[in-house]
Design a protein around this ligand. Structure first.
Ligand SMILES: *Cc1c(COP(=O)(O)O)cnc(C)c1O
Length: 367
């Protein structure tokens, strides 16, 4: 008799599971207790916004109650911040959830989705999970080749994923170039503009993609509270699009997909501009520190617009293991077709320094 598991759709069995950064607790168990530095998941080294922490503490007694499934308060705060209507916002259990809602609502068998080579791993995952065809368009110098991506659109294409800045490469498509290109995407294709790292952009690189929503009926912008807002553990993100699109996403959304504490924390974090400024400044200094360190070690790296850098170390598996033995977790990116690179998240100054010292030591070890 055939096994139950063999009867699942082959596209499910073919999924290569997402490989998260190694958890601190796991390395601690392997090495015996010790101080571990995790620079593997692009988390905020400052921790959460203090305002978010305060708000959660005040909300704790309410956790016996279901959250507001419509997230009225958070949506109101987001609507005011971005000058959009509440019905133009969908909330997600992390922005991963928003990406999954997009796949469930817009993709399925006999449809295709387009994304770039070296782009965020969740795009192929959510595409494959619903039986759609994923089309990875070769990158150019590790960056999205937008023209090639648009040229790859077929009649069965329903979603175009664009990560800007992209993870794990850190590359940025400048706002005006992105704007001109996206205007040419046919309207049968939903553009998913993933701006998970947009808060890290310095003033000279910033642009307002939200203002394009009015002219582009097929645009969805996804944002997250996991990175600059420091709330990765709570899982909250959101999508902005025209109400008809949001309505479809809400139909496949779990009624209580964002927890009460996540809603409360996100609303408070959104109002903590001071924390965001500190985060941005620390990140800029950290990127400069890492860049200087890589130049000193003569290691090529991809200039990054996010809170992480991809650095070319050569034998990345060996260097990764060596760093682990020294108590430092970074992220291998071989699964992103970057076998010679490691991705390191920007940490506190002392964490970046410890990483650079450990990296130097690992380069000098004989294989
Ligand atoms: C980290 C990241 C996200 C955010 O994921 P969450 O589910 O919101 O934690 C989304 N997109 C990209 C490209 C990312 O790197």
């Amino acid at each position: 008799m055939m096994d139950l598991c063999d009867l699942t759709p082959s596209y499910i069995r073919d999924i290569a599971p997402y490989q998260p950064g190694k958890p601190i607790g796991e390395l601690q168990r392997e090495l015996g207790l010790g101080h571990i530095i995790k620079l593997a998941s692009n988390e905020n080294p400052l921790g959460p916004s203090p305002k978010a922490l305060e708000a959660i503490k005040a909300a704790l007694p309410e956790i016996a109650l279901y959250p507001d499934g419509n997230g009225f308060e958070l949506k109101s705060a987001l609507a005011a911040r971005f000058s959009v209507a509440r019905d133009g916002i969908v909330l997600g259990n992390g922005s991963n959830d928003v990406l999954e809602l997009v796949a469930r609502a817009f993709l399925g068998r006999d449809t295709s989705a387009i994304y770039s080579q070296h782009a965020f791993a969740v795009y192929p995952l959510v595409t494959q999970a619903v039986g759609a065809l994923g089309i990875a368009v070769p990158a150019r110098d590790f960056a999205h080749d937008l023209e090639a991506m648009i040229a790859a659109i077929r009649t069965d294409t329903r979603v175009l994923f664009v990560a800007n800045p992209n993870n794990p490469t850190g590359t940025l498509i400048p706002g005006p170039i992105l704007h001109e290109a996206l205007k040419r995407v046919p309207h049968h294709v939903l553009i998913v503009l993933d701006e998970a790292y947009t808060e890290y952009l310095q003033p000279e690189h910033r642009f307002d993609a939200v203002s394009w929503l009015g002219e582009m009926p097929n645009l969805l912008i996804s944002r997250t509270f996991s990175k600059a807002y420091g709330l990765a553990g709570l899982r909250v993100g959101f999508g902005l699009a025209r109400p008809e699109i949001i309505d479809l996403l809400n139909r496949v959304r779990q009624p209580f997909n964002v927890s009460s504490l996540a809603l409360t924390a996100a609303e408070a974090a959104l109002g903590d501009g001071e924390f965001l400024e500190r985060t941005r400044a620390l990140n800029a200094a950290g990127l400069a520190q890492l860049a200087a360190g890589f130049r000193r070690l003569r290691l090529p790296f991809i200039p990054s617009f996010g809170n992480f850098v991809a650095v070319k170390v050569g034998d990345s598996a060996r260097i990764y293991q060596s760093l682990l033995r020294q108590g430092i977790i970074v992220r291998p990116v071989a699964a992103y077709q970057m076998p010679l690179y490691l991705r390191v998240s920007v940490g506190l100054a002392e964490e970046n320094a410890a990483f650079l010292a450990a990296l130097e030591a690992s380069l000098h070890e004989t294989a």
